[in-house]
Design a binder for this molecule. Structure first.
Ligand code: AMP
Length: 280
């Protein structure tokens, strides 16, 4: 695997690959890699001629400085895992390669997506995501960008970004990889102690319960029961919501036909976890 830290070198490498008619697949990450990330690498390897992964813990997408400080960094094992999975190139940029000193900060008009769910609880988060993904897409210019459904709202934000900036990149949203008991794999799981880890699975179980109990009509009781259950088990719940799976518009009722998704964000002590599940 080739490891590059300079945007200029990466852009040159990609240009060379393109002139050799290799299609480019791209998996942006913040490192502390797990099997979920690697499933995106595997998918890219199957579908494209050159798989590029980036690891950049983006300071501007952390609205909470403590969360940024405690974000796990495991670069040596990350490199080993990427090599084992046949990733072709790892881009490890310095902060000044992404945030070029002296350039103005762009504001991205994300509309409704910046008013709900993650955006409402993490102000500025998606502007930070867009800043880094915009820059990465300019450098890598991939044919296909691989994203995880675990971060569904982020997928929609990045789709909006590609439309706003007219990137030609196709988006592929890959399913959420889970631990054996159902807990969504996440870099933040590394911060859970054994007791917290065992409690964390309740987020997945709550999503399943919502899915099984879903009926047409009002969704309020379903959501409230889920919040009560999680709170009773010691979680601090940011939200349990049910939304239109295509637009993320929050739903209070279900007509039995619309594609809907349940989304949860909750803290176990100071670790914030998110997950979602399509309900029909
Ligand atoms: P992150 O390093 O958390 O920024 O994630 C990098 C990419 O991996 C994003 O597109 C995530 O949605 C995706 N991802 C994270 N966790 C999982 C998972 N459990 N299954 C599949 N994809 C995931």
């Amino acid at each position: 695997m080739i490891l590059l830290k300079s945007a200029k070198e990466l852009a040159e490498f990609i240009q060379q690959a393109r002139s050799n008619k290799r299609s480019i697949g791209f998996v942006p990450t913040m490192g502390a890699l797990h099997k979920g990330h690697l499933s995106l690498i595997d998918r890219s390897r199957l579908q494209t001629g050159l798989t590029v992964c980036s690891i950049f813990v983006n300071p501007t997408q952390f609205n909470n400085p403590e969360d940024f400080k405690k974000y796990p960094v495991t670069i040596e094992t990350d490199i080993d895992m990427l090599e084992e999975h046949g990733c072709d190139l790892l881009f490890l940029p310095r902060v000044d390669e992404i945030y070029i000193p002296g350039t103005e900060t762009i504001h991205y008009d994300l509309g409704y997506l910046e008013t709900v769910l993650e955006a409402a609880y993490r102000p500025g988060h998606f502007q930070g995501v867009c800043q880094v993904v915009d820059r990465l897409l300019q450098i890598v210019d991939p044919d296909i960008l691989y994203l995880g459904q675990k971060d569904l709202q982020q997928c929609m934000v990045i789709k909006k970004l590609t439309e706003l900036k007219r990137f030609q990149t196709n988006l592929i949203i890959c399913p959420t990889l889970r631990e054996v008991d159902g807990l969504a794999m996440s870099s933040r799981n590394k911060r859970l102690n054994e007791v917290e880890r065992n409690t964390a699975v309740l987020i997945y179980e709550t999503l399943l319960k919502i899915k099984h109990a879903l009926r047409t009509g009002s969704l309020q009781e379903l959501k409230q029961n889920a919040i009560n259950n999680l709170t009773g088990e010691g979680f601090k719940v940011d939200y349990v919501e049910i939304a239109d799976a295509d637009t993320l518009e929050l739903q209070t009722e279900w007509d039995g036909k619309k594609n809907i998704v349940a989304l949860i964000a909750a803290y176990i002590n100071d670790v914030r976890l998110i997950d979602n599940m399509l309900l029909n």
